[in-house]
Every structure is written in C-alpha cells, then in structure tokens.
Design a protein around this ligand. Structure first.
Ligand code: NAD
Length: 496
C-alpha cells in the first residue's frame, strides 16, 4: 500500500452513485436512499434502488458477459492473472481506502493496515485456486471412464453487510470469480460506495466488463429480487441470522438454489482458572468485544470465567477499556469506532437498559460518550450479574457489550459457553491442553481459538458458523469449492 496513514478531510472524498453494470454506471432514482457517515451522521451521498428492473438488467449483463468473454472457459490461469492485477490495484488505490473509511466504521489506520491488504490478499488467495481444483477421476471398471467435472454455477448473487464492506465483498467475489462464475453483488444500503470502486478496479484489471456487477438498494426490495431471480445459480450471503433465514426460504421457493450463509454470533470467551498469560487474556477479551465497536460477527461478547479468575480479569478489562476514546474514521489517531448509525446505537442502548432493568450490574459503560464528532459512540460496556434468560446474553447485540458469567468447574463452564442457538466462534483460555481439547470438542462452534481470540492472516482457515450462525464457509478451500457444482460423467468405451 502506497498510501500513508494520515488524517483526511471527509468532505474532499467524492462519491459516484449508481449501479455498476457492465463497465459503466447505470443511474436510476438517485435520490432513493440517503447515505450518512457513521462518524458524524452527515449525509454524504445517495444511491438508487435497483429493484426488480435493476436486478434483471444486472443479471442479463452478467449472462451476456459470461457468454461473450468466455470467462468460465478460458484457461484458468488467465482468470488468475486478471485477479492478481485486481489485487494490485486494490492495494494501491487511495480512493478505495478513503471511500471505505468515510462511509463505514473502519478508521483509516485500521483500514490501511487490515481491511485493504486483507481484501487484496483474499483476491490473490482465491486466484491461486483457479487452476488447482479440476474434479476427480472415479474408480470405475477399466473399460469405462467415470469422472466428476467441477463447473461454475453461472451467475452468483452476493449480498454483503455493512460492517467490513470490502473484506466481505472479497470473500464473496474471490472464490466465485476464480471458479469461473460471474457475480451480481448487492452491498449494504448503509455502505454502498466502496464496493462500486472495487468493481471499477476489476474492469481496469482486465476482468471482462459484466463479470462483476454491483446493484444498489434495500434488502427487502433489491436483495430479495436478487435471491429470487431465475438467472442466479447460487446465493452467497453475509448478514444477520434473521435475514439468512428469510433468504434460505426464498432460495428454496425460487429454484432450490444453494446458499452460503455467514450469519450472526454470540460467541463466548471461556477462561479457566489457570491461563498461560493473564495480561494476554485480558487484551483478548477487550479486543474481542470492542473491535469495530463490537460490530463484528465474531465479537467475543460473552465472558465465561472461572470464579477464581473472574474478578481480577474484569478489573483489568475495565482498566483497559477506560483508555479507549472515540474519534472519526478519518483521523489517523482513532482506534475506537462509532456505531454504524442511530438505529444500531438505539438497539445497543435498549438491550443494555433492559438488562439493567432485569437486575444486571453495569460494571462499566452503559451510556454514550459525551464527546465525539457527532456520530453515535457507545462506551464499551461490561455487564455482570446476568443470566441466560436476558436478551443481552441470548441475542446478538452487535455493539461493544460484554456480559460476564462465572463457573466453578469445567463442565459448568463448558455448558455456559455453548450457546443454544448461535455457534459462530469461541475462545478458550487455559494452560491445560487436555482441558482445551475437551472444551473444543464440546462447544458447537464453527471456529475455536485456543489461547487467542480473532482471525489470523491465514486465509486457508475457513470461517463459518454452526447452528443458527450459518451454513457453509467463507475463505479456505471450502469457499472455492462451494462456488462450483459437480457433474458426474460416465462413458463406456465399447458401447458404440
Ligand atoms: P442484515 O441481515 O440486516 O443485512 C445484510 C445484507 O442483507 C444487506 O445488504 C441487506 O440489505 C440485505 N438484506 C436484508 N434483508 C434482505 C432480504 N430479505 N433479502 C435479501 N437481502 C436482504 O445484516 P447487517 O446489519 O448488514 O450486518 C450485520 C450482521 O451481519 C450481524 O448479524 C453480523 O453478525 C453478520 N455478519 C456475519 C459475518 C460472518 O462471517 N458470519 C460477517 C459479518 C457480519
């Protein structure tokens, strides 16, 4: 990345609106949806609603591009080369980074070090698969040949959330494009602009016009039209569990389409009495529930701690979070993010208030910061004396809120950590390897981190949930394979 981390003026960031279909912007009712900056609440752009007509146009363009460009049939390494060029452009495009920061909750310092390089690297990672997975020859009798050919679906419909717009887009487009599909992507209506720039860069890199298209709009209108469209072969979705359920039902009713669903979580950090490094655990807990203002699917929002360690651990967590100060995403010094908008902030505040009314103790936070540039900045909040019946323990808050529950023995700790509905991730902190393995086996979650919390840069490690947290994986070989369907072929040598 050639861009230096520095403050920037949000007013100087120009946005281009519209849908990106083929290699050009298609305009509609541009004023349909106002888009505000999370950091100060100012409206800085508008996007149109694609609706059925816009989705029809984008899918038709994607089908045309697949047929005319031969994207699916050209030598796979050609696809890989174009994707590599795309990754280089992503890495070096200042406008992309600024659009991500101004419109989302990602501060410039974190976007330049994490989001942008991670986005580019995901594209490279999947490009490398383009010619590495071709199907299997089956063990048939020797006068026949049976094989399983991997083929793309055609046009994949991708739907992304607002919390990491570019990374989420790359996790969807990377495997889909590498496998020879075209994509029509609908970003969140709250963070629509950086994805448009991503699509411009794809064309600039030599990915044929129409192979990657972006339509704008709300979920209920444009998102639903995309899911239901007969030209869409598969849906790859990231968002809330409620929307995921709706999409799965819709995909079943409209063509029995396969779905990849990356959904919400309510992930525990299970801390046993003996841990390798107390300070490291405290830092993991804080990062786990405050990163991106708690607006991360993998947020470690439930601390389940042995009663021998709970009190000092909570005291240390409270000390660390006292140092977090709010700031706009365009300031290089900002580490603590705003809520995406007033509706999300109200939801956080409501859940905390209802827990307090039900008897929870507010150990820290429980209110908005007074200072700040104008957006909704909720203080990192720690709640004790909670129980499993409270909504704040059961439901995904999607804000900087940590609940604390304690246990006396291993079985009780594991039982508390395992959530009845969600199963996205879990952290286990212990010095005892056997204990870590027992807990890892017992907790139903798609990812388990032991003596750490959070993803690494190892894109080979897939991510995805168990139970209500989803179906299928993003990242890893699994995500690439899920963008292919498999055709069985059997030929008798002597039949003619
Ligand atoms: P959301 O479900 O409200 O919206 C996600 C996307 O779906 C948006 O683009 C929205 O417009 C669209 N949508 C809404 N209703 C739709 C419908 N009926 N049909 C088709 N599309 C529809 O989620 P959000 O608030 O944008 O994002 C936060 C959620 O995403 C949290 O629950 C978080 O845990 C989850 N998330 C999960 C992962 C993961 O990898 N598991 C990653 C990031 C975010």
């Amino acid at each position: 990345m050639t861009v230096l981390i520095r403050d920037f003026d949000p007013e100087a960031v120009a946005v281009t609106s519209g849908h990106y279909i083929g290699s050009r912007y298609v305009h509609g009712n541009e004023a349909a949806l106002a888009v505000a900056r999370p950091s100060d609440g100012q409206v800085y752009g508008h996007v149109p609603e694609a609706g059925q007509a816009g989705v029809d146009a984008a899918v038709a363009e994607a089908e045309r591009a697949l047929a005319s460009s031969g994207w699916a049939h050209r030598p796979p390494r050609e696809r890989a080369r174009a994707m590599y060029r795309w990754a280089e452009l992503i890495d070096s495009d200042e406008q992309l980074a600024l659009l991500e920061c101004v419109g989302s909750t990602r501060p410039i310092g974190q976007a330049l070090v994490q989001d942008i390089p991670f986005t580019a690297e995901a594209i490279r990672f999947f490009a490398e698969y383009a010619d590495k997975a071709g199907g299997d020859v089956a063990a048939t009798r020797s006068d026949a040949l049976g094989f399983v050919a991997a083929e793309p679906y055609g046009v994949i419909g991708a739907i992304t959330p607002w919390n990491f717009p570019l990374s989420m887009a790359s996790w969807k487009c990377g495997p889909a494009l590498a496998a020879g599909n075209a994509v029509v992507l609908k970003p969140s209506e709250l963070t629509p602009f950086s994805t448009l720039r991503l699509a411009e860069l794809a064309v600039e890199a030599g990915i044929p016009a129409g192979v990657f298209n972006v339509v704008q709009g709300t979920g209920a209108d444009t998102g639903a039209a995309l899911v239901r469209h007969p030209g869409i072969g598969k849906i790859s979705f990231t968002g809330s569990s409620a929307t995921g359920q709706q999409i799965m039902a819709d995909a079943g009713r409209h063509g029995v389409k396969p779905v990849t669903l990356e959904l919400g979580g309510k992930s525990p950090q299970l801390v046993f009495d003996e841990v390798p490094d107390f300070e490291h655990v405290a830092q993991c807990i804080v990062r786990g529930f405050t990163a991106n203002g708690g607006q991360a699917c993998i947020s470690g929002s439930r601390l389940v701690a042995h009663e021998a360690i709970a009190q000092p651990l909570v005291e240390r967590v409270v000390e660390i979070i006292a140092g977090l100060r709010p700031g706009p995403t365009w300031s290089a010094a900002t580490e603590y993010c705003p809520a995406i908008g007033p509706a999300q902030a109200d939801k956080i505040d409501r859940l905390v208030a209802s827990a307090r009314d039900d008897g929870a103790d507010i150990v820290a936070g429980g209110e908005f910061f007074d200072e700040g540039p104008g957006g909704a900045f909720y203080r990192p909040t720690v709640l004790a004396n909670v129980d499993d019946e409270m909504a704040v323990v059961r439901e995904e808050v999607f804000g900087p809120v940590l609940t604390v529950q304690t246990f006396a023995d291993e079985a009780e700790g594991i039982a508390l950590a395992d959530h009845p509905h969600y199963g996205l991730a879990a952290g286990i902190h212990t010095r005892d390897v056997g204990q870590a393995m027992r807990a890892m086996r017992a907790i139903e979650a798609g990812t388990v981190w032991i003596n750490r919390y959070g993803r690494s840069r190892d894109l080979a490690l897939p991510t995805g949930g168990y139970k209500g947290s989803g179906i299928g994986k993003d990242l890893g070989r699994q995500a690439f394979e899920a963008c292919q369907r498999y055709k069985t072929v059997l030929m008798d040598f002597d039949a003619a």
